[in-house]
Design a protein around this ligand. Structure first.
Ligand code: KIV
Ligand code: ZN
Length: 522
């Protein structure tokens, strides 16, 4: 094991985005990519360019904008996918093509309907093609943890011979356990020639809650790259959580004797940013970045903490970027203080966005006693979403009473000052408001999920609404914030309607994109 540097490969924008309801807009992806670069991850997997024109555009924009981390794109083992990744990532100073094909018996038989030799041939062809376009090529045998060890060693040997510089071992369905994974990595070390000349990587899913433990077992057995996502978002139960695995390596340094290049003080702001953008709230008791992770309620713990923090705290809140007090600004705070706080929270706003956010901040600070980080985050998300138009909510009036239908009367305004006033009824205020928005816009959405949570503590807190809807078989997610929770819900719904109207104006197709991941044609 040549080095004690562990490369952090972040796949929030690829595997994370595959989580239901986590799809992001181009702007949101750029914002997360910037935060990941500030966090100093080694590699950003920016997307799966062949999945859709939107994915391609996002990977390309990230590659062209980010200077620092290696920008990587995912491809199946076919010419079109590989060429698309290359076209998308080549603008980055450092770029990587990541090709994958499944190798386990169950995937061979039922998904790919390919024999062992055909799969090796396809992987070798894909790696060779990728290598002719780019020096840095990663190969993943999907479902490696359920692949026969002897065959896996054969596949990995062939991949290295074909030119792969990183070989990643995925536990695709979160099935392995630490001791078994340790055994797998040691087996590969013993049976694969040239394994010490490449970077061995690990990619774990969390179906049995062991993604972090399995990733740590892999690095203890020689892996030198961990693939992970912020807040552990990802398909089903998610992926290995970046903040947990990074802090385990840092906090237990005397055990692992390894380090990452991650700036841990950026973990908390980045986690909040990703939660805000994806609408996937962080559970209160989530390790490292959950609200309760540093809260000490029991008297005996508080007493110990007052004597010496390390009695009950194995890492400090400051080490992950939680400020001592998150009561930050008030109505007398100036633009300069606001700009600094926005930056500390991980947002990089254009001047016009900062001005809009500052105006909203002043308005809210007039109504609200205490302003917290959560308020600022909610304002920024909202400014970002609602400023894109074409419609902005100008006013909303609701009448409702127990046992009676609710009535919503709302007025929308566009950038040219055109107003649209409509009224409608529903079983409750939110339903009434949504039905008016559908009527006004002509965009008929099917509501799949509606969540509301408070941005901060206190009775005067802003409510943050997240809606997940379906339109033409495609999922969309929208968010809105306001001290009035029906208004917050309306803003969230309107954000989706606006996005669909903008896509239509650009002539973009609304139909779902085929995602045939089984295609392995080389
Ligand atoms: O889980 C998995 O197997 C993957 C691969 C494409 C690396 O995400
Ligand atoms: Zn995965």
């Amino acid at each position: 094991m040549a080095t004690n540097h562990i490369k952090i490969f972040d796949t929030t924008l690829r595997d994370g985005e595959q989580a239901p309801g986590c799809s992001m807009t181009l702007r949101e992806k750029l914002r997360i990519a910037k935060a990941l670069a500030d966090l100093n991850v080694d590699i950003i997997e920016a997307g799966f360019p062949a999945a859709s024109p939107g994915d391609f555009a996002a990977v390309k924009a990230i590659a062209e904008e980010n200077r620092g981390p290696i920008i990587c794109g995912l491809a199946r083992c076919n010419v079109e996918d590989i060429e698309k990744v290359h076209a998308a990532v080549k603008g980055a100073d450092n770029h990587r093509i990541h090709v994958f094909v499944a190798t386990s018996a169950i995937h061979r038989e039922y998904k790919l309907k390919m024999a062992k030799e055909e799969i090796i041939k396809s992987a070798v062809g894909a790696i060779s093609l990728a290598k002719s376009l780019c020096d840095d090529v990663e190969f993943s045998p999907e479902d490696a943890s359920r692949t026969e060890l002897g065959y896996l060693a054969e596949v990995v040997s062939a991949a290295i011979e074909a030119g792969a510089t990183t070989v990643n071992i995925p536990d695709t369905v979160g099935y392995t356990v630490p001791a078994e994974f340790d055994n797998l990595f040691r087996y590969l070390h013993e049976h694969v020639a040239g394994i010490n000349d490449i970077t061995l990587s690990v990619h774990c899913h969390n179906d049995l809650g062991m993604a972090v433990a399995n990733s740590l077992a892999a690095v203890a057995a020689g892996a030198r790259q961990i693939e992970c996502t912020i807040n552990g978002i990802g398909e089903r139960a998610g992926n290995c959580s970046l903040e947990e695995v990074v802090m385990a390596i840092k906090t237990r340094n005397e055990f692992y004797d390894l380090q990452t290049g991650v700036d841990s003080t950026r973990l908390y702001p980045t986690a909040r940013l990703v939660a805000g953008i994806t609408g996937m709230q962080i559970p209160r008791n989530k390790a490292i970045v959950g609200e309760n992770a540093f809260a000490h309620e029991a008297g005996i713990h508080q007493h110990g903490m007052l004597q010496h923090a390390s009695t009950y705290e194995i890492m400090s809140p400051e080490s992950i970027g939680i400020s001592k007090s998150n009561l930050v600004l008030g109505k007398h705070s100036g633009r300069h203080a606001f700009r600094n706080r926005v930056k500390d929270l991980g947002f990089d706003l254009e001047d016009f966005e900062l001005n809009r956010a500052f105006q909203e901040f002043k308005k809210l600070a007039d109504k609200k006693k205490d302003m917290y980080d959560g308020d600022i985050e909610a304002i920024i998300m909202n400014v970002d979403n609602s400023s894109a138009g074409p419609w902005i909510l100008k006013s909303l009036q609701i009448t409702s009473a127990t046992g009676e239908d609710a009535t919503a009367n709302l007025c929308l305004i566009d950038e040219h000052g055109n107003e649209l006033q409509k009224e409608g009824v529903g079983d409750g205020p939110v339903e009434a408001a949504f039905s008016v928005l559908v009527d006004a816009s002509g965009v008929d959405l099917t509501l799949k999920n509606f969540e509301l949570h408070s941005a901060t503590a206190g009775e005067d807190a802003q409510g943050e609404a997240t809606v997940t809807v379906e339109f033409n078989g495609q999922p969309y997610r929208g968010q809105g914030a306001s001290q009035d929770i029906v208004e917050a819900a309306c803003k969230a719904y309107l954000e989706v309607i606006n996005r669909i109207l903008r896509r239509r104006e650009l002539g973009m197709d609304d139909s779902p994109v085929s995602n045939d991941v089984n295609r392995a044609t080389i």
